[in-house]
Design a protein around this ligand. Structure first.
Ligand code: G3I
Length: 303
């Protein structure tokens, strides 16, 4: 059985991974994805700077590649990400006028979410908008529009792709001890925004973890779920050292929370990971499964 099959047999929707055309062309990456994972998130190809590098000029090839890969291979597609302070072109980050920024956001989202409408199980509509102390990050979006940018983005995404689950995604949402201010800010703001009619369906916890840092994942997911969203997910899992016990704890955290629909690992092989020096994922640079892979499969299969 694949990890995806074993995980979905427990009532979850997917166990996935990330990739783009470049990484999928390497070695046995596609074979591994095809055989083990049920969902894919484009790692970089749907980000603003990649997909709309200058206003109204779109670079669809990389994103189309992943969308087609998902369709052809029967994988669930999580789309990532419409609004992020990073990988944002200068023509956006230099806008100072409210109406102009709202217009740019709406046009971008209409074009990008519109192109993949009906294909994305979920969209990470806004990404990394909070600081670790729970305050809003100082991005062009917050500076110019205040927290209204959240409403503008979610409403535009809903209009462009009414079927997709619309997510707010962030890191350091993994533990109620050290990350409590951020978890609380996320949950209370989302609760407030949902009450105000903003169409937020889910909260994504990226889960880029340190070794030994996975024990609080379930409790934190549960606090996020209490905001009133219909679902939560682990969206970018990687763990320094990839100790089997750490992966088991993180994945168990999703199993323990009813609203948690899926887990996405952030990278197929250690060599492809953005944290490659930490060897944080499930396959090594030679495409061989690591102990954490076997441990997860055993855990999910109940042996
Ligand atoms: O495509 C260019 C290539 O043309 C150029 O030669 C090369 C030289 O540096 O850079 C290539 O772009 C890089 C891109 O990855 C594709 O490999 C960028 O420099 C590099 O910054 C980019 O890093 C990505 C990072 O987000 C920033 O966008 C990582 O792959 C990706 O794993 C990482 O993912 C993020 C999530 O989207 C959000 N959460 C955090 C997570 C980790 O940072």
């Amino acid at each position: 059985d694949s990890i995806d099959a074993a995980f979905t047999a427990k009532g979850k929707i997917y166990f996935g991974n990330t990739g783009d055309e470049g990484t999928l062309a390497q070695g046995q990456t596609q074979e591994i994805l095809n055989a083990n994972f049920g969902q894919i998130t484009p790692e970089n190809s749907m980000k603003w700077a990649t997909i709309e590098p200058s206003p109204g000029e779109f670079n669809w090839a990389g994103a189309d590649f992943i969308a087609d890969y998902a369709t052809t291979n029967g994988k669930i597609l999580r789309c990532h990400t419409l609004l992020w302070h990073s990988q944002l072109p200068d023509y956006v980050s230099s806008i100072t006028n409210k109406a102009e920024l709202k217009r740019a956001i709406k046009k971008h989202i209409r074009a990008v979410a519109g192109r993949y409408a009906g294909k994305c199980y979920a969209w990470d509509v806004v990404n990394e908008i909070f600081n670790d102390d729970g305050s809003f990050r100082d991005s062009v979006f917050y500076r110019v529009l205040g927290e209204d940018f959240v409403k503008v983005a979610f409403n535009a995404a809903k209009k462009a792709d009414p079927e997709a689950k619309l997510y707010i995604n962030d890191y350091s949402l993994d533990n109620l001890n050290w990350a409590e201010p951020k978890v609380t800010a996320m949950a209370s703001n989302v609760k407030k925004w949902i009450a105000a009619g903003i169409p937020i369906d889910g909260i994504g916890s990226q889960a880029h973890l340190a070794a030994g840092g996975a024990s609080g994942v379930g409790a934190a997911l549960s606090a996020l779920a209490d905001s009133g969203v219909s679902e939560v997910a682990i969206t970018e899992l990687d763990i320094a050292g990839a100790a089997p016990a750490d992966y088991e704890a993180a994945v168990q955290g999703c199993l323990d929370v009813e609203k948690c629909v899926g887990v996405t690992v952030w990278g197929v092989t250690d060599a492809q990971s953005w944290r490659s020096e930490d060897s944080p994922v499930l396959f090594d640079a030679n495409y061989a499964p690591k102990p954490a892979y076997t441990a997860l499969l055993d855990m999910l299969n109940g042996s």
